[in-house]
Design a protein around this ligand. Structure first.
Ligand SMILES: CC(C)(COP(=O)(O)OP(=O)(O)OC[C@H]1O[C@@H](n2cnc3c(N)ncnc32)[C@H](O)[C@@H]1OP(=O)(O)O)[C@@H](O)C(=O)NCCC(=O)NCCS
Length: 195
């Protein structure tokens, strides 16, 4: 378990597997996918989870966590979707499935935990992620944490009839100021006190 200021990252449980159905079918998937509205059945969720378990067995090195508030409510996922041991690259993914928690610093606190885990425990040399240019929360989050915009694939996602670019952000290990420094700089403890 990884302990943060506003959230903790905890191993994936059965309870959150159930929530996967809700979080896949609500607007959080629209943002996470860059514009797709997904409607999936519980059977499809179960099949997807079985497929992922099999991929893990076959050596897929990703790692997933639930994001829990400090009072223990599961609000989403955060994890390394893809880990390349040769190049020591980790591709990150995140979804807060409960929209009332967006914009409150929870996702950034979780991201700091995950980046620290990737650099300090998994010894990767670079973390990266991709998002749609319509996703203002992620763009702001990248700026706050100090990721660099490394790539822009033009008109790569279609959301409700409008084309958006696909943005790739990365951070090298030597650019990481450390989690504690960012917790301070971003005032996460002060935020926690106002909850
Ligand atoms: C992306 C996500 C994990 C970020 O977590 P979060 O808790 O919302 O992020 P934070 O609150 O730490 O940071 C978001 C920032 O964007 C700002 N923001 C919120 N809405 C905004 C908007 N419409 N326009 C611009 N900025 C906005 C917030 O105020 C905050 O900045 P601040 O700390 O300076 O006030 C979460 O929003 C989420 O899961 N969204 C839906 C799924 C998704 O988009 N997944 C990411 C796929 S790459």
């Amino acid at each position: 378990m990884l302990y943060g200021v506003l959230v903790d990252l905890v191993p994936v449980s059965r309870q959150a597997r159930e929530l996967d159905h809700k979080w896949t079918n609500n607007e959080s998937s629209f943002w996470a996918s860059g514009g797709e509205w997904r409607f999936v059945t519980r059977a499809q969720i179960a099949a997807r989870q079985a497929r992922r378990a099999e991929e893990r067995e076959q050596g897929d090195l990703g790692v997933g966590f639930e994001i829990h508030t400090k009072d223990g409510r599961p609000i989403g996922w955060m994890g390394i979707n893809w880990l390349n041991p040769t190049h020591r690259l980790a591709m990150l993914g995140a979804k807060i499935g409960e929209p009332e928690y967006w914009g409150g610093g929870y996702g950034t606190d979780a991201l700091l935990l995950l980046v620290e885990y990737a650099f300090d425990w998994l010894d990767v040399r670079k973390v990266w992620l991709a998002t749609s240019s319509m996703n203002a929360r992620v763009i702001r989050q990248m700026a706050k944490v100090g990721f660099t915009l490394e790539g822009r694939q033009r008109q790569a996602t279609l959301a409700e009839g409008v084309w958006h670019d696909w943005l790739v952000y990365g951070m090298l290990r030597e650019e990481w100021p450390g989690r504690e420094a960012l917790v301070e700089r971003l005032g996460l403890r002060e935020r926690a006190q106002t909850l």
